[in-house]
Design a protein around this ligand. Structure first.
Ligand code: AMP
Ligand code: MG
Length: 423
């Protein structure tokens, strides 16, 4: 009997994000909370020289081996004085033989009522308690004349005034910056314990995909996601592993995932994440029942298939390049940071006046391709999620909250420069 039932078309919807009746859409913040609760460091540790540790993630707190500066030294080129606070009014003092220079300290004792030539960075000789700037004295090479007094300690740097010996200078989970390398070197550290880089496999899926630069049939499109995602992974400081393109064939894709799970700590795929006939990623991940296919209340986003394949987390990103990039920044990046040992970190938005207006409806979070122009944030001319040129044009994303929002020109909106995500 049911075969005889007439097919009835669904009510027409002009909005491709309209919620199918009865479908639960997961708010972005719920999805992030779930990920945060499930992911922790999965990489091993190793010891590397400070000189090659840029961008690595500390696996342990780092303490100063010695104080910085290690000894009192001069902050200026000038002359070292004894009891400088007692030298009131016009003074003339003889200079001792020799001088104190950086790396070549004055070895003798400066007698009372004498001064000593001293250069920037030089150890302060015993008995000297202040340095007068060379610009503030006159000298004939044998004596100096100046006006006192000087405060004790003037123009000197005290031992340990910057960092004490044994002080914790950098915390576990920190991604090392050039300045951190300088700080570690200055405080006597030669090598550090860091996490091994997170290995991230990137797979594209789709029978329509052709390799960049290759001949392509008119009905093919070039695989844009793989070069983009591999480059993002590298910029995040992780180790990209190029797994190539998988066809829309469930068994073949299974093979790609098996191989990726052997070679990587986490797997990023793009395409096939919806519930269409050729959406094999979500089908395979659903098989494992480890996680779920989320219908995220996110634009651009649509389904993000999350799973665990042979023990390795898998992010089944949308095929659409704009959605793939946004989902990578919003979901995969914080998740990968947690796996890599950095802990769960979300970027802080800047509050910037809008150079656009937009009436946003309630129900989903939206990200717009954006950039700053003269202190205001402009958005790409089209919200079309297939427009990869807008990604390249953009320097960041505007985030519009789940709730309805009427953005007027000049309203403050949340703007994340790409650099906030580590790009
Ligand atoms: P899918 O999620 O597989 O249905 O793909 C959604 C859209 O993104 C389709 O138009 C695909 O052709 C496109 N797409 C999927 N993968 C890629 C890719 N690697 N590079 C560029 N576009 C893609
Ligand atoms: Mg596809």
């Amino acid at each position: 009997m049911s075969q005889d039932k007439l097919l009835v078309p669904p009510p027409l919807k002009n909005d491709c994000f309209a919620l199918p009746a009865g479908t639960l859409w997961t708010p972005v913040s719920d999805a992030l909370e779930t990920l945060k609760g499930r992911l922790h460091t999965c990489v091993e540790q190793e010891v590397v020289p400070v000189t090659t540790s840029l961008g690595r993630i500390l696996a342990a707190d780092v303490s100063a081996v010695r104080a910085h500066p290690p000894q009192p030294n001069s902050a200026v080129d000038g002359y070292g004085l004894r009891h400088a606070d007692l030298l009131t009014g016009a003074q003339t003092l003889p200079l001792v033989e020799g001088r104190s220079a950086a790396g070549a300290p004055f070895e003798g004792i400066v007698p009372p009522n004498h001064a000593v030539r001293i250069l920037t960075g030089a150890t302060i000789p015993d008995g000297i308690d202040a340095v007068i700037l060379q610009e503030d004295v006159t000298t004939d090479g044998h004596s100096i004349a100046f006006h006192g007094p000087l405060k004790r300690g003037a123009n000197t740097r005290q031992s340990g005034e910057d960092v004490h010996a044994d002080e914790t200078i950098l915390r576990k989970g920190r991604k090392l910056t050039p300045a951190d390398l300088g700080l570690m070197a200055a405080t006597g550290i030669g090598s550090v314990e860091v996490y091994k880089p997170l290995r991230v496999a990137v797979v594209s899926t789709g029978d329509e995909l052709a390799e960049a630069g290759a001949d392509a049939r008119a009905d093919q499109i070039y695989d844009a996601n793989r070069p983009m995602l591999l480059a993002m992974v590298a910029q995040f400081g992780f180790e990209p592993i190029d797994m190539g393109r998988a066809p829309d064939d469930r068994e073949a894709l299974r093979g790609y995932l098996d191989e990726a799970a052997i070679r990587a700590d986490v797997i990023l795929t793009s395409g096939g994440a919806s519930s269409g006939d050729e959406d094999h990623m979500s089908a395979l991940l659903n098989e494992t029942q480890a996680m779920s296919t989320w219908r995220l209340a996110l634009k651009p986003g649509r389904p993000l298939a999350l799973g665990v394949w042979e023990g390795k987390p898998v992010f089944g990103l949308p095929g659409n390049p704009v959605a793939a990039l946004v989902c990578t920044l919003i979901f995969a990046k914080p998740a990968m940071s947690a796996l890599a040992g950095q802990g769960w970190r979300l970027p802080e938005p800047l509050k910037v006046p809008a150079a656009f207006s937009k009436n946003k409806k309630a129900g989903r979070r939206e990200y717009l391709r954006a950039k700053l122009v003269e202190g205001r944030v402009v958005v790409f001319k089209s919200e079309g999620s297939g427009r990869i040129s807008g990604l390249s044009w953009a320097e960041g994303l505007v985030e519009l909250p789940d709730e309805a929002l009427d953005v007027q020109e000049g309203s403050l909106v949340d703007y994340y420069p790409f650099s906030a995500f580590g790009l």
